[in-house]
Every structure is written in C-alpha cells, then in structure tokens.
Design a protein around this ligand. Structure first.
Ligand code: GDP
Ligand code: MG
Length: 304
C-alpha cells in the first residue's frame, strides 16, 4: 500500500471536544483539555503515525464571534490553520441542541474548498435514536463529505474516522519524523500545562484572565529548569492562585511538574510566579507577546 500523508484541521465551538480528539488520536497529551471553554489559545498540532500513513492534526481555538483583541487573534489563528489543509473536520457536541453557534460554525466552514467532515461527538452520552434527527438537521444546512458519530473520550468510531480520512489524503512521504508527536516547542507545552493546572485547580471564572509565559527554560544533563510567570488581571485572582500560605500555587506547580516529567521524560525543576497585569487581554502588545509563534520569531531575531 502506498504511504499517505496530509493535514487535517479539527474545528468547532469551544468545548466540542477538539483537544480530546487530538489527544486520543495521537495517544499523547499535546493539547490541553479542560471543562472550561476556550482554553486552547494557540494552534496546536498533533501527529498521528501509522505504518501506512502520517496525519498531521491541527487543533484550533474554538469558533466564536470575536469580542476583544484576544478573541480576534484567536479567529485569525483559525483562518491561518486552514492554509495547506487537506480535510476540514467540524466537530460538534451531539449532546447539545443545534443552535445559533452551530449555524455560525457552518457559515465559517463554507469558505473551505476541500472536503468537510462532520463529527458528532460525545455519542457515549446520548441515545442512538437521537442521532438520526441530528444528522438530518445538519444535512439540511450543509453538504458534508462524511458524517461520523464518535466519542473522542472513549475512542469509539475514531478508527473508522481515521480510515476514512486516509482515503482522501494524498500519497506522500511523511512531513515529520515518525517519533514526533507534536511540533510544539517544549517550553510552550510547559506553559500550557501550567495554565491547565491553574484553571483546573482554582476552578474560578478566570480561564481567559490567565496567561502563562515561560521566562526561562534551561536543559542540563540531569535536570530541566523552568521558570514561568502566570499573568492575571486582578489582585483577587492573584490571591486565589497563590492560596493560603502558597498552598494553591504549590499544588499547581507539583501537578504541572509531574505531568511534564512524564511527557518530556526528564527530571524537572519548576518555579512559578504570579503577576498582576490589568487588562492584558485588551492590550495587543501583551497578547502578541503571549503568542508562541511570535515568541519564537523574537527568539530567532535575538539569536541572529
Ligand atoms: P475543546 O474546547 O473543543 O478543545 O474541548 P475539550 O477537548 O477541551 O473538551 C471539553 C470537555 O468535553 C472536556 O470536559 C472533555 O472531557 C469533554 N469531552 C470531550 N469529548 C468527549 C466525549 O466524547 N464524551 C464525553 N462524555 N465528554 C467529552
Ligand atoms: Mg481545546
């Protein structure tokens, strides 16, 4: 069989299960998953490697109407994610009713010129009888290339989905070395993990207000030293993150470190700080600084 290789973008509304699907398909944690919407701020790629194929998955920020500088940038990022894509897959939460947000998503995928898949996710949580009417509902508004009921969480239907993608992907050599599961720099992964733990542990209404920047990432033979700053908008949020006697920030650090050690296979020393930076989401200079593409460009400029 000829080797197949290509790019599949996973798009959908916040909380539809994009990151969960990428993680399930890749089998390694590459995109952060959280019960709160819009925790994936940047484009993250996971790479699915098989003997007969390589599929590069592009996880994207959730489709939503832009409201501030940050969400406008997220929507720009979504637009960029479509460049060079072979298949677009719109993932929707099948347990939720079809609504305005879904119509907006469909309008948005209409601009793509290749095959568009519809993935009805979370079928582990709905009755089978409800699927058919939902499929009919979607078929009325857009002509999808394929429709797949799946559970990103349990993996149900995912193998069929991958095999179907493969029939539409070009014959091509792999784009990345087979041992790679993501093209994300390790320091970005570290920042994402800290952000995930901070959101999960504080369970406060602050996901958008939290940003994590890695200030220092130093690899030695014995240990990787990482220093990161968590930015928040208000003093109150800082207090919540630090917790009584520093208990919360300590917990965030420990959980992030343990997971990073597993993923990177290295011993890690993680140092965290919390800083208040009012209104950073409305400030494009700060938002730009938080964008890893630009961080890397700056790093490259600096090294030249
Ligand atoms: P994203 O915002 O689209 O990236 O969504 P996430 O992947 O972060 O998932 C949002 C929430 O939905 C998380 O709590 C996931 O555990 C949950 N979730 C995702 N896929 C499934 C699924 O197939 N079944 C169930 N029951 N929950 C799911
Ligand atoms: Mg996500």
């Amino acid at each position: 069989m000829p080797f197949k290789s290509g790019f599949v973008a996973i798009v959908g509304r916040p909380n539809a299960g994009k990151s969960t699907l990428v993680n399930t398909l890749v089998g390694q944690k590459v995109a952060i998953v959280s019960p709160k919407p819009q925790t994936t701020r940047n484009r993250i790629q996971g790479i699915l490697n098989r003997d007969d194929a390589q599929i590069v998955l592009v996880d994207t920020p959730g489709i939503h109407r832009p409201e501030n500088v940050l969400s406008r940038m997220m929507m720009d990022e979504l637009q960029h994610a479509l460049e060079g894509i072979d298949i677009l897959s719109l993932i929707v939460d099948a347990t939720a009713d079809f609504g305005g947000g879904d119509r907006f998503s469909i309008q948005w995928v209409e601009r793509f010129h290749g095959p568009v898949y519809l993935l009805l996710n979370k079928v582990d949580r709905i009755h089978k009888q409800l699927l058919l009417p939902l499929i009919e509902r979607y078929n009325k508004v857009f002509e999808f290339a394929e429709i797949f009921p799946i559970s990103a969480l349990t993996g149900a239907g995912c193998l069929d989905l991958v095999n179907s993608w493969l029939t539409r992907l070009p014959e091509a050599p792999p784009h990345f070395p087979a041992d790679q599961f993501t093209d994300q720099p390790e320091r970005f992964l570290a920042a994402e993990l800290v952000r995930e733990k901070a959101i999960l542990i504080t369970r406060e209404e602050v996901p958008h207000a939290i940003a994590v920047l890695v200030d220092n990432f130093e690899e030695t033979e014995k240990i990787t030293r990482i220093r990161a700053t968590i930015y928040v908008e208000r003093e109150g949020q800082k207090g919540i993150l630090i917790g009584k006697g520093g208990a919360t920030i300590k917990k965030i650090g420990t959980q992030a470190r343990l997971e990073l050690e597993t993923i990177l296979g290295a011993k890690i020393f993680l140092e965290l700080m919390v800083k208040v930076q009012p209104h950073w989401r409305q400030n494009s200079a700060i938002v730009r600084q938080l964008d890893w593409h630009r961080q890397l460009e700056q790093l490259a400029d600096y090294q030249e």
